[in-house]
Design a protein. Sequence first.
Length: 254
Amino acid sequence: MNSLEGKSAVITGGASGIGAATARAFAKAGAKVVIGDFQDGTAVASEVGGVFQKTDVRQSDQVKSLIDRAVSEHGRLDVLFNNAGIEFHGPMAAADDEDHRNLIDVNLNGVFYGIKHGILAMMNNTGPERGSIISTASVAGLVGAPGLGSYDASKHAVVGLTKTAALEYGTFGIRVNAVCPGVIRTPMVGDFGASPEMLEEIAKSHALGRIGEPEEVGKLVLFLASEDSSFITGQAIAVDGGFTSGPVPRIPGM
Ligand code: NAI
């Protein structure tokens, strides 16, 4: 199940959180992993027997160079996980324009460059299964998220890119999917200053009554990367502990 034996994989944002957990899952499944990140990812890369290349996903040429690195190291690209992302909080009318532009640059443009260069590399593969591209959207790519307007827009856009890329390249044997995590325990959650009390409140918005762990997202990404998901494409799959199922009842006993 979920084998990536001998596959060549690239992960952006692999130095931390969901990306690092997925790098571990990929390596355990037999993949050769190349990690691209803005921050230093040598520790995760050496832990998984992989390679790190400093990459700013806002720069198309840097994303291309990351993918070229996987091709030069391992002969091809089989799996691409577009996962790098940032967020900032606040009501829309108070948002700083530059913060908005920067977020769109990372979360949307970075994924666009990944899908574009990833497809170009995978088109050189032969056989019916040329490759699998997975991008990290969010539950904020499926529903509105007060206080996260720019983030919500960027993640809805990732879902849109995913569906259209799947339609354009499905007959070439390239599958394109997105994962939509609920709140996951990573440094990003810490970045917005979530206190233990806030996290407890946030946990209650998930049907399972808790936030998720990065490894729980990694397992879904691994499935989508592997040939076990060979008939799944163009999907935005929630891994959210029931967050998007509806409001969790707050009435005692219900
Ligand atoms: P994280 O902060 O642990 O990891 C994000 C990684 O992206 C970091 O290593 C960071 O250096 C890298 N990064 C940021 N800007 C970059 C750039 N310009 N170029 C290259 N790398 C860059 O956070 P986490 O939670 O692991 O985030 C991963 C993805 O999951 C993001 O796309 C995020 O939006 C998404 N996500 C996270 C959720 C959560 O609750 N933690 C929920 C839903 C989605």
